[in-house]
Design a protein around this ligand. Structure first.
Ligand code: SF4
Length: 273
């Protein structure tokens, strides 16, 4: 029966990123600011009232920006001001810099090129096959479901030469979820130190990037950036399996057309954290 069912269903495994997959485009991405003059009508008071996570900033000149690293994807801003905010489509927006998660884009092409070449130099040896270690540093469990999905027949990360390992001593990439619970700071550091060089750290999900709704809590570090040197920042609450895949491919320089849009963006001053 299972053999017949398999024959009837055919191969379900996505071929992305080697070939386009319509499902990636259907995936809801992070909130973005839509182009147009309506954005100038939002002031700081409305921005604070709209966003429970404090991810929307409005400058004195009326310039509104969204820090995707703080967005919990509740959708309140999109519902209240569809003329200003919208969902981006596609497999998510991993960034090699924290600043790169602020939209309209906060990075210059020069700063992006510099951080990219530094990571490329370190990860050249990892492009064909990598082992992943996952650590939960205070997650609500949602990111873990998406990470587990990478192993199912649809995403099947083994086809990309990526494998999970139980030991940090065999790991090349550390996937960290959760808001950076203070009790997990030391285990996280020990895991990182046990990994051989070269190694890469990916902050998976809004909680790992900024702490999400737990930002400012006594119990967390407001994300893992203060605990470990993060190489790839992946927003989303939770990020989809395609988004996690794109962060992994970005880390090892195998993501087609990565963050080209960021390099073409506008500058913004200040640390978004
Ligand atoms: S969707 Fe994101 S940016 Fe919009 S209100 Fe919710 S948390 Fe804030």
């Amino acid at each position: 029966m299972w053999a017949l069912r398999g024959l009837r269903n055919g191969v379900l495994t996505t071929r992305w990123p080697a070939s386009p997959d319509a499902y990636t485009a259907a995936t809801r991405g992070a909130v973005t600011v839509l182009p147009g003059p309506a954005a100038d009508t939002i002031d700081g008071t409305e921005a604070s009232a709209l966003c429970p996570a404090g991810a929307i900033r409005a400058g004195l000149a009326g310039t509104v920006r969204v820090d995707q690293g703080g967005c919990i994807m509740c959708g309140r801003c999109v519902t209240a001001r569809p003329d200003v905010f919208g969902w981006s489509a596609g497999p998510g927006s991993p960034s090699l810099s924290r600043q790169g998660l602020v939209v309209p884009a906060a990075e210059t092409a020069e700063s992006l090129a510099e951080v990219t070449s530094r990571l490329r130099a370190r990860t050249r040896a990892l492009r064909r096959s990598v082992h992943l270690r996952h650590v939960d540093a205070g997650s609500d469990g949602s990111e873990e479901w998406e990470i587990m999905a990478l192993l199912n027949p649809v995403y099947d990360i083994h086809r990309l030469g990526m494998f999970f390992t139980a030991s940090p001593r065999h790991a090349d990439i550390l996937l960290v979820t959760g808001a950076g619970a203070r009790g997990m700071a030391e285990p996280l550091r020990e895991t990182y130190q046990a990994m051989p060089d070269p190694k890469v750290v990916i902050a998976v999900g809004t909680d790992a990037v900024t702490g999400g709704l737990a930002r400012g809590s006594y119990a967390t570090s407001g994300g893992i950036g203060g605990i470990l040197p993060v190489d790839v920042w992946l927003p989303g609450s939770p990020p989809s399996p395609f988004a996690i895949l794109s962060a992994l491919l970005l880390a090892v320089d195998r993501l087609p057309g990565q963050r080209a849009a960021t390099a073409a963006g506008h500058g913004v001053a200040g640390d978004p954290r």
